[in-house]
Design a protein around this ligand. Structure first.
Ligand code: DGP
Length: 146
């Protein structure tokens, strides 16, 4: 019995870091972490235990909101590091804020720029929820200059 327990303990020590889901470290200067923590200002429209939604500081449509997870992950590439509840809450929040801003039926777009080629500028996962007017059809294209 003692031998079995010792083996179990050795196994737990050996595999611990891979089995444990550790929250990724956020950069100290992450602006969206600071907004989520309430130490930087934002025009908040929705909050639950997993996500926060607020107006984009540089709106490019009549309605332009950002939906972020409170837990830091850099981009969609790291989506699987979030718990399933947060992943579900993110999409639900996109629909919810679209409804609350009155753009659910007129139409809206949800965009997540991920990485350099997509032009991501803030490396804390966020979904742009845009609408409130006719959006350009070609918002997802190759840069014609390249
Ligand atoms: P992206 O390019 O996809 O990484 O979008 C980042 C967006 O974040 C961009 O539209 C501007 C917005 N943004 C950057 N800093 C702030 C901020 O401090 N507050 C708010 N509300 N939005 C910000």
């Amino acid at each position: 019995m003692r031998r079995a327990l010792a083996l179990l303990a050795a196994f737990a020590l050996a595999t611990g870091p891979t089995l444990r889901a550790e929250a990724p470290k956020a950069p100290a200067d992450c602006i969206f972490c600071r907004i989520a923590a309430g130490t930087a200002p934002s025009r908040k429209v929705y909050e639950d235990p997993y996500v926060l939604a607020f107006w984009d500081i540089r709106p490019r449509a009549k309605v332009h909101l950002l939906v972020i997870p409170k837990q830091h992950v850099a981009s969609l590439k790291e989506l699987d590091e979030l718990p399933a509840e947060a992943r579900a809450a993110l999409l639900s929040a996109c629909v919810r804020v679209a409804r609350e801003e009155g753009i659910l039926d007129s139409g809206f777009r949800v965009i997540a720029n991920s990485g350099q080629d997509a032009g991501q500028s803030v490396f804390h996962l966020h979904f742009h929820v845009v609408g409130g007017e006719k959006l350009r059809e070609d918002a997802i294209t190759r840069d014609p200059a390249k």
